[in-house]
Design a binder for this molecule. Structure first.
Ligand SMILES: Nc1ncnc2c1ncn2[C@@H]1O[C@H](COP(=O)(O)OP(=O)(O)O)[C@@H](O)[C@H]1O
Ligand SMILES: O=C(CO)[C@@H](O)[C@H](O)COP(=O)(O)O
Length: 536
């Protein structure tokens, strides 16, 4: 953080799984303010772990909507207390964890438009939601609704061609269908259904914000080529859904001016523009200024891998989303649920809770881990659908445990081999000019990035900030301000700082992993088919 006054800027914020983060980026595209509110630590009254509540069935996962509202109150108060000059903010945009849904009760729009600047948001919006616990991306309780949706449109492949993905439990259409089936009254009482991203934009707008094309692609409801809701999908999920969703808009649209609430309470100018919010992964694509051929790996609560695509090539694995910075283009995304929280568990079990010791274990073990390979999926994985821990020695025999250091390397190598194998399944190939852009909390860890470089045989770059979704949101705000769809995003961000090199593949890495990758793929198939040999 440097000076806080007198710098015209755009704000970018991110409502992610574990926290709300915010950055301010000046007109030279330098980040000069960063802050965050961590749900478990800063809002303990909501009793979340990792920002969520896992329900008794272990499948349903929700987050309290008022926790997100209160986090926005807190972060803006922190900025105000630090002397941040809100009158310099030209525009703002933001991101949200993808797929999660918020149900605004009838009358919420009126309440949003009449906010009193004397009170924090959470005190005024308490009665504005028809359900207080929102389903989020970690939820996997909607298998029945997924099968119903696929059957309604002619099967998984047909749904993927239409919406960019086969039916996935966390995708919002299936979550809405479950809510309608289980709690029709709450559904009927909802005047609007938002994604986490458009919900957060609504808080700034003082009215319902539209859903943008890119985050809207994670719902199993949007026709990604035509960019309209699919009537067949809407009808298969719930009645009158179109009116509750509103029309989707291009991701670079200005959706309105900031609500007078923020002008009076914090000193924003009434001219401050709100650019449509989008999903955290699409926002990261913008923040990392991804170019064709590059690959982005986000190591946040979830691990994701994404690419820029010119043509949509829908498949039965992975997702195609509309591109957040160019309405004619697309992005491909793979999501791995067992990301940072799984790494934290193994850190606690095998490295006494210390990232330092975790790193030392990576440094002291050999590339290829002497043939020891592991699968660590404490929660049902998305890519591929496996649950449990499975460890194999160099003879491909399943074993029940590894020594601590071997366990840590097996976890990290396994996570990155899975990413490479599944990316190649989508047609992606590592080329001599391939750059890997890493982001998210675990990209702080150089030893983890070294394994990433070794497994992919490509250099890994990082940005100054690990919060590329926030920075991408601020860049998108500048893009929206400059005219949005009519202006190339790359032009708007051309002076942004370049990512810096964090790791290059070590000598011998390609031989090690060329041998190990096919073995990992075979073992994954073995685990998937349940055809494992008996334990040692
Ligand atoms: N030095 C580190 N090594 C590995 N992982 C780390 C390190 N520092 C933070 N993390 C991980 O980063 C995660 C949070 O990442 P972040 O991208 O902020 O999450 P999200 O945006 O999903 O809330 C934490 O759960 C933690 O496990
Ligand atoms: O489900 C997905 C993407 O499809 C997740 O990547 C969520 O978008 C959560 O993001 P993080 O909070 O882990 O960044």
């Amino acid at each position: 953080m440097t000076e806080r006054t007198g710098r015209r800027c755009c704000l970018g914020c991110d409502f992610s799984t574990q926290q709300v983060k915010i950055v301010a980026v000046d007109e030279e595209l330098n980040v000069f303010y960063e802050d965050s509110v961590h749900f478990d630590r800063d809002l303990p009254e909501f009793g979340t772990q990792g920002g969520v509540h896992v329900h008794k069935d272990r499948l349903t996962v929700t987050s309290p909507v008022l926790m997100w509202v209160q986090a926005l109150d807190l972060i803006l108060e922190k900025m105000k207390a630090s002397g941040f000059d809100f009158s310099q903010v030209l525009a703002l945009s933001g991101a949200g964890q993808q797929h999660g849904s918020v149900y605004w009760k009838i009358g919420a729009s009126l309440a949003l438009s009449r906010l009193s600047p004397a009170l924090p948001l959470h005190q005024q919006l308490q009665d504005c939601f028809s359900i207080s616990d929102c389903p989020i991306w970690m939820d996997s309780s909607t298998t029945a609704q997924c099968r119903q949706l696929e059957a309604a449109v002619g099967g998984a492949r047909a749904l993927s061609c239409l919406t960019g993905s086969r039916a996935y439990e966390r995708f919002t259409g299936n979550q809405i269908a479950k809510l309608f089936q289980r709690n029709p009254e709450a559904y009927a009482n909802s005047e609007r259904i938002s994604l986490v991203s458009s919900f957060a934009a609504s808080l700034f707008l003082g009215g319902h914000s539209p859903i943008d094309y890119s985050d809207g692609s994670g719902m199993n409801l949007l026709q990604i080529q035509e960019k309209v809701w699919s009537q067949a999908c809407l009808d298969a999920c719930a009645p009158n859904l179109e009116e509750k969703l509103g029309s989707p808009v291009p991701s670079c649209s200005v959706v309105g001016a900031i609500s007078s609430y923020y002008v009076q309470r914090y000193g924003f100018l009434p001219t401050c523009q709100v650019v449509a919010f989008t999903g955290d992964n699409p926002a990261s694509l913008a923040g990392m200024r991804l170019e064709e051929g590059d690959i982005a790996v986000s190591l946040g609560t979830s691990d994701t891998l994404f690419l820029w695509l010119q043509e949509p090539l829908p498949a039965l694995e992975g997702h195609i989303f509309c591109n957040p910075v160019d309405t004619q283009q697309y992005m491909a995304l793979l999501c791995f649920k067992n990301g940072s929280l799984m790494r934290e568990k193994i850190r606690d079990e095998s490295a006494s809770g210390s990232w330092n010791k975790f790193s030392k274990a990576l440094q002291s073990t050999e590339m290829g881990n002497n043939g020891n390979v592991g699968f660590y999926f404490d929660v049902m994985e998305i890519t591929p659908e496996i649950v449990g821990r499975h460890r194999f020695n160099a003879e491909n025999t399943e074993v029940s445990a590894f020594p601590g250091d071997v366990e840590i390397r097996a976890l990290i190598e396994g996570q990155f081999m899975a990413k490479r194998i599944h990316a190649e399944g989508l047609g992606y190939r590592v080329m001599p000019k391939t750059k890997i852009l890493a982001t998210g909390g675990a990209s702080h860890n150089k030893d983890i990035l070294q394994v990433l470089a070794d497994v992919f045989g490509a250099p890994v770059y990082v940005m100054d900030t690990t919060s590329s979704a926030c920075v991408g949101s601020a860049y998108r705000a500048f893009h929206g301000l400059a005219g949005g769809a009519g202006v190339a995003f790359s032009e708007v961000v051309k002076s942004a700082p370049h990512p810096s090199l964090a790791a290059t593949p070590r000598p011998g890495a390609s031989q090690v992993y060329e041998a190990l990758l096919p073995r990992y793929a075979e073992l994954e198939q073995r685990v998937l088919s349940g055809a494992q040999r008996p334990l040692e």
